[in-house]
Design a binder for this molecule. Sequence first.
Ligand code: ACO
Length: 376
Amino acid sequence: MIAPPGLEGVAVKETKICLIDADAGKIYYRGYDLEELAERSTYEETAYLLLYGRLPRRAELEEFRARLASLRRPPRHVEEAAGLAASAGAEPIDALRTAVSLMAAGEDLSDRSAEAELARGIKAIAAMPYVVAHFDRARRGLKPADAEYRGHAQYFLASLRGEEPDPKEARALDVMFIVYAEHGMNNSSFTAVTVASTLADMYAVITAAISSLKGPLHGGANVDAAKMIAEIGDPERVAEWVDKQLAAGRRIPGFGHRIYKRGPDPRLKILKGLAKGLAELKGDFAWLEIAEGLEEYVGAKLAAKGIYPNTDLYASVIFHYLGLPVDLNLPAFAMARAAGWAAHALEYRAQNRLIRPTERYVGPVNLRYQPLEERG
Ligand code: ACO
């Protein structure tokens, strides 16, 4: 038996982490409606929920936040590596991947218990905002800005800018992070689980997941969607741009999803609300209007094929209004999704069996080996 192309519809584990009910337009993290989490929770609380399987009590949340704050600066060699990556002209997602990988250096990795791996996951999650902010500042020739930690989103924006963000901006990013934190058995989470199944350490797991996320069919689409909106530049040019793209046989970034083929991604409603709020805050509606124009025009052309906007379309609008350089969209996604990756890796490990599928050979056999000199 051969699995369907792209493993579509294949369940690789039982899970209590995330339920995606595409038909009902609902997503649940550990049983909680994502819409309610987006309205009432914070990224830190949601990350705790994903990692520990339940909402924290007040003291537990405070302790978790204090732990994230105390771990926000990575070991010096990691920080230096991020700076070096900046001077070498690396892409920020590659700098982040390398930095997470280097977090293993100097640490005793012999303990692969769930507690030790969870601790490594938390260390990586905590350090990612600083690493990305430091990388970006270094490439702009700026010194690191280590802000006060009052939350993952606020800390990232403050460390990036060297000044505190408007609380409305910090909250918008916080909600964006909640929405990006988890989404079932997507490619990067499957990658995390595959690597975890070998008993490799959590830094290796997250490093591999970042590599998966980078691809333009997955998280990389949030950079491509931003480039598309910038290139379109004017809501009036949407139709012309899309027609040209489709005529050339190219895909429209920020559209289409393996899971949502009968209706739109339920996360869109939350993200559109955020994008609108930020457009109003900034008094700048251009990117929002282009995204809305794309949603309408591409929808009219491709909804029959089951193509709807995905989160990356409006995420790119949100990141734009937050002033992120386009290529930081992707590491911003990674710093949120790391909680989901770690949760899936830990869940799989609890009943671990090495992931080792097979394949069906369709090539020739018994070919005669021709010596090099005879091959010309
Ligand atoms: N633009 C135009 N056409 C598309 C798009 C798109 N974005 N996505 C799919 N299609 C078309 C395909 O060409 C195919 O057409 P055909 O039947 O005429 O050959 C049909 O829709 C079905 O496509 P599949 O490849 O079967 O869809 P699949 O489920 O494998 O792909 C994917 C999902 C990879 C996300 C795809 O929609 C895509 O490439 N989108 C653009 C990149 C993107 O936005 N990725 C982010 C996904 S969300 C995330 O990972 C965070």
